[in-house]
Design a protein around this ligand. Sequence first.
Ligand SMILES: [Zn+2]
Length: 296
Amino acid sequence: MTYPIVYHRGYDAQSVADGHRFPMRKYSRVAGLMEARGATLVTPEPVSRERLRLGHERGYVDAVLEGRLDARAEKKIGFRLTRDVVNRSRLAVGGTCLAAELALEQGAAANLAGGSHHAAPGEGAGFCVFNDVGVATNWLLATGRVSRLGVIDLDVHHGDGTALILAGVEGAFTLSLHAEKNWPRAKPPSDMDIGLADGTEDRAYLAALQPALEAFFDRARPELVFYNAGVDPHREDRLGRLSLSDAGLAAREEHVVSACRARGVPVCGVLGGGYDRDAEALARRHALMVERVTAP
Ligand SMILES: [Zn+2]
């Protein structure tokens, strides 16, 4: 048995061109890799307006869904909010919610999108429109599916939007391990923040991760973990500033998944960031998390 993988063709918004700074094609390529390896993909529904409001301000949700966001707000996100970009943003949140439910039922699941951790309550930023993990966390808590939930965010950028959405939310605990000098400059506090120096390599990265995971589980005592497995700490990433190898990333995924399984905590993996002009290499890096999370 392997665990569920959630994907929708609409994750890849065709209006965002191949040469865009954001590598939109990576979603369909990761899905193609997983299908080639025999995976069956589960299809999510777009998230409802009501559920989006559990993580975002009503005015922001309405402006995005009704196509009324102004040019300045769009510029901060980095996309023109065309119909398929708005649709993909709703599908990605729906996908993380579905993957979380499946993880709670079966022990693990992955969404082949999500990890949009820069989206804040009242605005999007850094290619993130809606914060899937923030919305899903508040939804799982509000509906009583869980009472304690943890976010392990290993994308190379600080999880600022998630920190803002989940600040003061009882039962939610956030860990961000990131490159300290990287964007965003303002880093509103997570429950645990670990900033790494530029150029950090595999050994030092994993040495920081191990005790962080121990402390995270001690403090969060989660019933479900969201794992944002951004691959932008890789040494060839255009936006990363860190220096992990493929083997280092694979070891990272192994550490996180083993730590969850050893404690019997279900894990829901989401893709997160990754910026490389070589889309195939990028897809293979993201697949490391998907394979490890969903392996029997
Ligand atoms: Zn990132």
